[in-house]
Design a binder for this molecule. Structure first.
Ligand SMILES: [Zn+2]
Length: 180
């Protein structure tokens, strides 16, 4: 099993627009496997290919149950190749986010995003699908697609005075409602 290191903010690959994945071959399947392994090993809810050094439009998500995450928010492992948001709700919500590529800084901060989205993508066999997402999954998909466009959540912090370190974030989240 290959677990990749996650590139950290400052690495140029995290700041460029990733290319569309052209064909689903053995190489691509291997990349997706590595992404899934890395997602699980690093205990993340989402991962984009550029975060492990491949400038391709592929993201994976899996929302597992944790001490602070409620069961209703969990979601199965999903693979999105060439994902595109085809609809987003007018209603936006502000919620805390962190990122595997800003992990050294351990920053959590509020980001405003559309509450619900509809995304179109190919699955790992190259079959097209559409998915409507809300709640945590919607937020994770939007965060990961931003990575494909060279955007980090820190670019979108709604109020920099509300930035928290991981310890403070976990303390507060446990008392209130879970975020990301
Ligand atoms: Zn991220």
């Amino acid at each position: 099993m290959i677990v990749k290191n996650i590139l950290q903010a400052g690495h140029p690959l995290l700041r460029i627009k990733s290319k569309e994945a052209s064909k689903i071959d053995v190489k691509m399947t291997k990349l997706v496997d590595n992404m899934v392994n890395t997602l699980k090993a690093q205990n993340l809810v989402g991962l984009a290919a550029p975060q492990i050094g491949f400038s391709l439009r592929i993201i994976v998500t899996e929302i597992r149950k944790t001490e602070i995450r409620e069961v209703e928010e969990t979601d199965e492992l999903r693979i999105f190749i060439n994902p595109k948001i085809i609809w987003s709700s007018k209603k936006e919500i502000v919620d805390y986010e962190g990122c595997g590529s800003v992990a050294e800084a351990n920053l959590f901060a509020p980001v405003k995003r559309p509450e619900k989205i509809k995304v179109k993508a190919l699955d790992k066999n190259g079959k097209p699908f559409e998915l409507k997402a809300e709640g945590l999954l919607s937020k994770v998909i939007q965060h990961e697609i931003d990575h494909l466009d060279g955007i980090l959540f820190v670019d979108k912090i709604a109020d920099t005075k509300q930035i928290m370190g991981r310890e403070e974030y976990l303390k507060r989240v446990k008392k209130t409602k879970p975020g990301g």
